[in-house]
Write a protein that binds this ligand. Sequence first.
Ligand SMILES: NC(=O)c1ccc[n+]([C@@H]2O[C@H](COP(=O)([O-])OP(=O)(O)OC[C@H]3O[C@@H](n4cnc5c(N)ncnc54)[C@H](O)[C@@H]3O)[C@@H](O)[C@H]2O)c1
Length: 416
Amino acid sequence: MRTIGVIGLGYVGLPLAVAFAREGVAVLGVDTDPRKIEAIEAGEPYIEDVSAADLAQVRGQLTVGTRYEALRDAEAVLICVPTPLSRNREPDLGPLVEAGRSLAGVLTRDQLVVLESTTYPGTTRERLAPLLEESGLAAGRDFQLAFSPERVDPGRTDHTFRTTPKVVGGLTDACAARAEELYGLVCDEIVRVSSPEAAELTKLLENVFRSVNIALVNELAMLTDRMDIDIWEVVDAAATKPYGFMRFEPGPGMGGHCMPVDPFYLSWRAREFDMVTEFIELAGKINQQMPYHCVAKAQRTLNDAGLPVKGARILVIGVSYKPGVGDIRESPALKIITLLGDLGAEVSYHDPHVAELGEFNLRSVELEQALTDADLALIVTAHPQVDHDEIARRARLVVDLRGVTRAGTAQNVVRL
Ligand SMILES: NC(=O)c1ccc[n+]([C@@H]2O[C@H](COP(=O)([O-])OP(=O)(O)OC[C@H]3O[C@@H](n4cnc5c(N)ncnc54)[C@H](O)[C@@H]3O)[C@@H](O)[C@H]2O)c1
């Protein structure tokens, strides 16, 4: 039986491990967080894209633990550790360096190592390869090394792991060929590029593209607010053009592990080449302004109703960073709650995916009663199972930052 290892069993690593295990591959999963190991062993998933049924299905195929020794037996090891930003918004390769060092201690001849974590061009060759070579083995000769970016979009069901083409760039042709053959087990289409750097930049282009386009429509949303034009109406109308336009939604800002973080990996790297990546910086700046704009909008809405924000009871609806998931990393809702709290509002929240917000000492409240109590309901993230039309009917005032009430004509609703 074929055996692979997966390092880092989070949003990226766990679905990947399950995908290979489903194809009959024995998967050795390693994570430094013992809680994740316990949860998997107990058959309790902690991310939306992997169900308890999925874990039950691969029981016996997927073995997990905190120790790297198990990886000696793997023909290939896929690295899916986080690549966050440091406090001063520079790439923090700490988890990757730690994983690389630990893997070097158990690396064996002819193993294939693939980095999946999003990072700047040059990381695989300049940072990971030397770490792995501390094993005494040479990259591209004694072991194979490639980069293949993950394209998972948590909560999405229309495109699956299998149907989403996978980009692969190897240190050598032989490295790429090995990676291509391996991913062919779980993906229908592999797109081979000429180098790890091209694969690394491909992922960043995808994310920068989204970030810039979201910023563009967000900037227009701030403008249409002043011009008294409905941004949703404009986006809907523009999206009827069958070519040359791609729809992006305005909103309260960007969240998640990728969009607010990854583009800055590229702008950091660009500085080494005497380049300032202005699109990236500008998009980041505009998207970071959105929570402030949204809070100002809520404040004006209360003001128009004769209410000061100080002491107002504001119910935030949806606090995760996107619909259908419970991930709150970098969620604009957190910034909005902070800003409203600073203004003296009494904030509560409802989110079927997020039971509590420890940093605010808040727990998700029951919707019906909360709507009766609130002066204003602020729709920040529109989960599919929440009835927003019903919210528009029941709440005294609504500020809708996601355009989900736009079919209605209720006078108590204000949209972004
Ligand atoms: N979440 C997404 O939607 C997404 C999509 C595409 C790409 N990515 C990229 O994939 C990478 C992983 O992201 P994620 O969302 O899965 O992160 P995550 O935080 O959900 O998971 C990473 C896991 O790695 C573990 N870990 C950290 N250091 C380790 C080490 N030294 N050894 C073993 N395990 C270690 C952590 O405990 C955690 O469980 C990042 O580079 C991210 O940018 C994420």
